[in-house]
Design a binder for this molecule. Structure first.
Ligand code: 5GP
Length: 197
């Protein structure tokens, strides 16, 4: 592994739409035994209402994204959901987390997760899932923000993502939010303890 990343710590969290990732991330930022700093991804998709540059995402034009990708600034990058929109984790986000005295928390899709697992086999990777497909669909529809076509695409994507779960070091089922958070907190504590063992 490249020396630069020797001491840089990060946690990769992936899971299908509707697996409760966003809520879990919020809880982990507040409750993790090791300080976690949410990595702000770069994306080419337009900002949604209420999204803030540098907080929710770094919103880049496709040209800017491609140029930074060519310069090797991304730890991983992928075109997500077949929308033509690119998403990626800038290496500078890992460094920022380290400067802030924490580990970067990367909430990314499975394509990005796979790139990181291949590049850093020793990384802490966690795959979140719910126990049934019906449950994903219920949660996805429950948001009431997406058009049917997008829901169908996300469901297909979810099936594909689930088949990737095995590649992650840990799989956590989120049927009960508190239980899932406890489990991840436990995984992070053990991980931290092993580093110092
Ligand atoms: P949204 O457009 O709804 O904010 O995010 C769509 C998807 O992009 C989510 O599944 C999320 O996991 C994924 N995503 C967000 N940031 C990144 C990133 O930096 N890299 C990758 N590979 N996927 C990301």
């Amino acid at each position: 592994m490249p020396g630069d990343f020797e001491d840089m710590q990060f946690v990769v969290l992936s899971g299908p739409s509707g697996s409760g990732k966003t809520t879990i991330v919020e809880r982990l930022l507040a409750e993790s035994p090791v300080k976690l700093v949410k990595s702000v991804s770069a994306t080419t998709r337009p900002a949604r209402k209420n999204e803030v540059e540098g907080v929710n995402y770094y919103f880049l034009t496709p040209d800017e994204f491609a140029a930074r990708r060519t310069r090797g600034e991304f730890l991983e990058s992928a075109e997500v959901h077949g929308t033509g929109n690119w998403y990626g984790t800038l290496q500078s986000e890992i460094a920022r987390a380290q400067r802030e005295g924490g580990w970067a928390l990367l909430e990314i899709d499975v394509q990005g997760g796979r790139q990181i697992i291949e590049r850093f086999p020793q990384a802490l990777s966690i795959f979140l899932q719910t126990s049934s497909e019906t449950e994903y669909e219920r949660r996805l529809r429950g948001r009431g923000t997406e058009a049917e076509e997008i829901i169908q695409r996300r469901l297909a994507n979810a099936r594909n993502e689930l088949s990737q779960a095995r590649k992650y070091r840990f799989q956590v089922v989120n049927d009960d939010l508190d239980q899932a958070v406890r489990e991840i907190v436990h995984i992070i504590s053990n991980w931290e303890a092993q580093r110092h063992a």
